[in-house]
Design a protein around this ligand. Sequence first.
Ligand SMILES: [Cu+2]
Ligand SMILES: [Zn+2]
Length: 185
Amino acid sequence: MKKMMLASALLCGSALAMTGCQSTEGQLKTGNPLNQPVLKSTLKAVDGSNQEVGQIFLRPVDGGVQVYGKLMNMTPGSTVALHIHETGSCADMGKAAGGHFNPDNKPHAHPDDMNGHAGDLPNLTANDNGVATINYVNKKISAAEAGKYSVYRRAFIVHASADDYTSQPAGASGDRIACGIIEKN
Ligand SMILES: [Cu+2]
Ligand SMILES: [Zn+2]
């Protein structure tokens, strides 16, 4: 009996099992009912090595966009800033990405502050293995392909040090060390 239930569950995930899996058909008809990531970014070092340092995904959730993923090869124990910058270019050691994404002309702030840059995000701290994770719902951006708050074709930037969430215009977070353009997943 246990085996049969397992087989049934597996079939529900396949395109062949349209009957007996009521949710499957609905999932195919609507836009993004499973809340799969619709955008993603592969971040690379901007020191010329082009070394991949991680991936970050974005998916629409109630009230915002979930930003989640991980960075690798970080200095263990280090805390670094992460933001969405306005321009989708990583040229010139990340400087071409411009300033923080700021469609409403607000000051730089803690990411939870609704009166701050839309592109502001929480700092990340690397564990003993040099892995830093983010899982944050940003309420000021959109994962749509167009529109005032869309982050499609903008860029993630990782900085060398932590964001103090106060200093203008970018939290005194130091040099740009990694960059990734936000693409369709
Ligand atoms: Cu930044
Ligand atoms: Zn900012």
